[in-house]
Every structure is written in C-alpha cells, then in structure tokens.
Design a protein around this ligand. Structure first.
Ligand code: FDA
Length: 406
C-alpha cells in the first residue's frame, strides 16, 4: 500500500484528504484508480473485504474470463441500450489485451471470443495491483463505511479506519451476487441518498428452478446437457426482440442451468415462459422411417442424449400418427416450453441486472448529473453483460471513463 500524505487534524480528529476516494477494490474500482492515479490525482481505494479483488480471483473458474474480443454494446442489457457505447469505445477488448500482454500474462481464447488467463486469475489481480502501485494509489482494505456527506465541494466519509475528505467519489461497490463474498447494497444506498433512481435489481446469469410438474418429469436427469437455442417470449410493445442463445443447456436436480440458460436468465421475467429449440436447424419427426414410437425414439436419439431422448418420447408420444400430429410434435420439439418457478437467487447469480439508472449519469464520464464529483462504475450501474467476459469488459471500460474524469 502506498502511504498518503500526513492526515490533517480537525477538532482533534485525523482527516485523510485525497482528490479521489473510490469505494470498492474490485475490477471497476481498481481500473478507475489506475487512471486517476496516473493523472496525478491522490487516490484512495476503500474496501470492507480483507483483500482487494476477491471476485476477480474466483472468476472464470479461477482463470478469469477477463474480456471478450467480440464485445459490442449489443452484448449488454440496460434500460438505455445506448448508454454503454461511449465507454466501450473508449476502452476496448483490444486495449485490455494490450494491457495483459504488456504484463506478459499468458492467456488463451476458450470459445466464442472469451479470453482466459492460462495460469490463474491471480495474474490479473496482480496486474491491477501493480498498476495501482505504479500510479501511487493507496488501497485500504478491511474498512467499512459509516456515513457519506457532501458539502458542495467535498465528500466526507466516516469509515471504520477514520475520516476521509475527497473532491471526487467513485462508487464501485458491485452488485448483489454472492453475498458471502462481500456483496452489499451500499452502492445503491449511496445513489439513493444523492437522489438517484435505481432500476429494479434482480439476479442475472443465474440457474433457473422448475415448477413441481417439471421437477417430477426431468430432475432425475440432472447432469445431462444438450445444445439448444434459448428464447424468451417478446414482451408486449417490445421494439427490439431479446437475443436468442445457441449454447448448452444443463438439467440440474432443481431446474436448468448451462450457458444457454444462464444467458437467457438475464432476460427472463418471473411468470414468463421460456422456449428451447432442442434440435436447432434440424428436422426430427417429419422424416420418420415409420410412424410409431420406436421410430420416434430412434429419431430423437439422433439429437438428444439417450436418457433425455427416452424421457422426451415417453412424455410426448402422440395419440395418433396423423400428419397434423407429427407437425405439432416437430413444432413442440423446437419450442420446448418451460415456465421456471424462479431463480437460484443472488447466492448463485454471476451478476445483478438493474442498478443505478443510467439516465442520471453522463455516459462519457460515468459522473452523476445530480452531484458533481460523484461517479458510479461497474456492476452497480444498470448495465449488465452477457456471460463470457463482457461484465469485466464493462468494469474496465466504465472504470477507465471515470478514471479519466474524476
Ligand atoms: P466487484 O464485485 O468486482 O467489486 C466490488 C467491491 O466492492 C468488492 O471488492 C466488495 O468487497 C466491495 N464492497 C461491496 N460492498 C462494500 C461495502 N459496503 N463497503 C466497502 N466495500 C464494499 N465476469 C466476467 O466478465 N468474466 C468472468 O469470468 C466472470 N466470472 C464470474 C464468476 C463468479 C462466480 C461471479 C460471481 C461473477 C463473475 N463475473 C465474471 C462477473 C464479474 O465478476 C463482475 O461483473 C465484476 O467483478 C464487477 O466488477 P465491480 O468492480 O463492479 O464489482
């Protein structure tokens, strides 16, 4: 940790004075700090966890999927789909790759443009901490926040580690997922305290749970997976349809998971059905050799794993083998409809959908339109990425935007 200047005294109380205080030593907060520090702004990062970047260390199964080379604004959910454009253009996946290469961190592309560290996510965290040290950034962990006020010129932070006065405050406290790793609603509370609206939050990139009937029909097949195309039902008045995801779906003992389901979960609204094409781009039952259950099973086994094929046929064999019923069966196969009972919640969610309303933030700097000097970056903002390195790319990009302004 870099030492700060000797604290000033006010009424016998030591007050640390900095240019920029950053709440949250995660991906977005550390990236913002690197950029404020490089600009010569005295920067202090505060975190209640005992160490910085805990979520980075568990990300990507311990190897951190640190960006996605195909990231565009279309890969993000927000009430304002245009908001992320400026930040994502300012700091691109190529910029992140250049940083990783400058630190000689070995990495590889796994699939669909997803870049992972070869060795461990520790490499990525060490990169951020080294850059912070070079930029003279002070990081104070194990520090909880007691109150924050603003006097028109400065923010005053009362913390468990003492009083802090800062010209700018960057809130980078992340979302609500994985509370046992230290996620808290502090960022949303600060936003509301200063008059900001919050777009309702919900778990995203999260496994979904079955209603009792589906649980009885499918949950004993837990562990089986198959490639599907996952769809939501378009909401009324929705101008741009939600994306569809062609990836693996996994049956769990409580419901559905796997990349296709995690992706679609971020778009799913409680009570709504989801539809899964179980044989993308293939015709299954229209080309049957014979019109009987044996031939149907043989055809379905051509596209689904054995036990899943048997169950699907057992549950869907038609009463008659007319052209109309076969056409209906084919359609059913391409739109297996499941209405989830819910999600596995923040305990299992990779991200939080919703957050600080972007309408009250400047998209080029992440600065509040209501309070000068107040910034929100990373997951606390109502910008949520798809699975596959997009959420870190948003954390880096929004962190850089704020870091170049605060
Ligand atoms: P982040 O959560 O990283 O940091 C917030 C910081 O604020 C934390 O250090 C926390 O301790 C601190 N904080 C919170 N409340 C506080 C309080 N009250 N007082 C003080 N400090 C407080 N994304 C991706 O792109 N690729 C991947 O491989 C993965 N993998 C992955 C795995 C798992 C298991 C999860 C849960 C998530 C991912 N993600 C991911 C998502 C990604 O980790 C996430 O979007 C970013 O870490 C968000 O960065 P932030 O800096 O906004 O929040």
């Amino acid at each position: 940790m870099v030492a700060l200047a000797r604290p000033k005294m006010k009424w016998g109380i030591a007050i640390e004075t900095v240019d920029v205080a950053i709440l949250g030593a995660g991906a977005a907060g550390l990236m913002a700090a690197i950029h404020t520090g490089r600009r010569g702004r005295r920067t202090l990062v505060l975190d209640h966890a005992e160490r910085a970047g805990k979520k980075i260390l568990i990300s990507g199964g311990g190897r951190s999927n640190f960006t996605n080379v195909h990231a565009t604004p279309l890969n993000f959910l927000s009430q304002n789909p245009h908001f992320a454009k400026s930040a994502l253009a300012r700091f691109t996946p190529a910029d992140m790759v250049a940083l990783v290469e400058r630190h000689k961190i070995p990495y590889h592309e796994k699939t669909l443009g997803q870049l992972f560290c070869d060795r461990s996510a520790h490499d990525l965290l060490n990169l951020l901490l080294k850059e912070c040290a070079e930029a003279q950034v002070a990081i104070q962990t194990g520090t909880s926040m007691q109150s924050i006020t603003h006097d028109g010129a400065h923010f005053h932070l009362a913390t468990s580690g003492g009083a802090i006065r800062a010209k700018s405050l960057i809130v980078a406290t992340g979302g609500l997922s994985i509370p046992k790793m230290g996620a808290t609603p502090l960022g949303y509370q600060i936003a509301e305290q200063f008059g900001h609206r919050i777009v309702q939050t919900r778990p995203g990139l999260v496994p979904l749970t079955f209603l009792p009937k589906d649980l009885a029909d499918w949950s004993d097949l837990s562990g089986l997976s198959t490639e599907v195309v996952a769809h939501t039902r378009p909401a009324k008045k929705q101008r741009v349809p939600n994306p569809v995801f062609r990836e693996k779906m996994l049956i769990t003992h409580r419901g559905l998971s796997g990349p296709a389901v995690l992706q679609i979960s971020s778009y799913w609204m409680p009570g709504e059905p989801l539809a899964f094409d179980l044989a993308p781009g293939r015709s299954v039952v229209t080309e049957l050799a014979r019109r009987d259950q044996g031939a149907l099973l043989q055809a379905v086994r051509g596209v689904l794993p054995g036990r899943l094929a048997e169950r699907w046929v057992a549950l869907n064999t038609p009463d008659s083998w007319t052209n109309a019923s076969l056409t209906a069966l084919e359609a059913q196969f391409h739109a297996w409809t499941v209405t989830p009972s819910g999600t596995e919640g923040y305990a299992k969610a990779e991200v939080t959908v919703g957050g600080v309303d972007t309408a009250q933030l400047d998209s080029t700097t992440m600065q509040s339109k209501l309070v000068a000097g107040l910034y929100f970056v990373g997951e606390v903002v109502d910008v949520t990425g798809w699975l596959g390195g997009y959420n870190f790319q948003w954390a880096w990009a929004s962190g850089v935007s704020a870091g170049e302004s605060a």
